[in-house]
Write a protein that binds this ligand. Sequence first.
Ligand code: B12
Length: 210
Amino acid sequence: MSKLEEVAQAVEGGKLKIVAGLVEEALAEGVDPLIILNEGMIGTMGIVGNKFRDGEIFVPEMLIAAKAMKKGVEVLKPRLSSQAGTSLGKCIIGSVAGDMHDIGKNLVAMMIESAGFEVIDLGVDVAPETFVEALKQNPDTKILALSALLTTTMPAMKTAIEVIEASIPREFKIIVGGAPITQEYADQIGADGYAPDAGGAAVVAKKLIA
Ligand code: B12
């Protein structure tokens, strides 16, 4: 079995203690950090999600796989993000109300930070009022990034935009993303940008402020 397969298996099986070591070994063997992330981890979470959907595993297994992935991402982080010299301004990010998923949001935060933004991460299950408060405290914010992983929290993304627009002048751009989000939905709820993944999020954010 290749190191990459071992990483994937350890993430899927929620083997918290060995994931970091396996990722280090894969890196030492010269495997590209992006391949480890995309194939060894993100792809594996897709498999985990499908097994959950099909009733083969349950929430605890899904949670432990997520924790295992986080351990691996910690090792990859310095390899994936570069310290950008310039500051492109502030980006406020969070998973919308009711949504506890944060792995994708954290990757987006990491890529946006390496693109040169100062990231303020409000975490998960962020109420619209909390976004408004953060935007008021940081009037120089350039990008607001909203994440949603559940079809049931997609409407919370729309609500967040509505509440924000009703509360403060929109002097920043809004980008949205997450597995169920599409460009069409982004347009429908009045977002300025959408990307299907973390790398794309950084590209869109930079483009919007150019
Ligand atoms: C891990 C996981 C969990 C963990 C989350 C742990 C954590 N700290 O994040 C736990 C166990 C807590 C969990 C709980 C639940 N989950 Co869950 N979960 C997953 C799983 C397996 C992986 C998600 C993940 O991390 N993927 C890897 C990351 C890297 O990908 P990503 O999140 O999609 O992010 C990328 C892009 O979407 C994009 N992106 C993300 N955010 C943003 C933001 C912007 C601005 C941009 C531009 C881009 C962007 O870039 C990211 C990086 O490339 C998915 C399956 C799946 N295939 O997604 C199910 C899944 C999302 N969960 C699901 C469900 C049903 C639930 C629960 C309701 C289960 C339950 N009965 O309790 C709860 C809901 C909890 C809540 N209120 O939020 C369903 C959702 C179905 C649906 N259509 O709504 C899925 C799809 C599983 C399935 N197939 O049924 N879950």
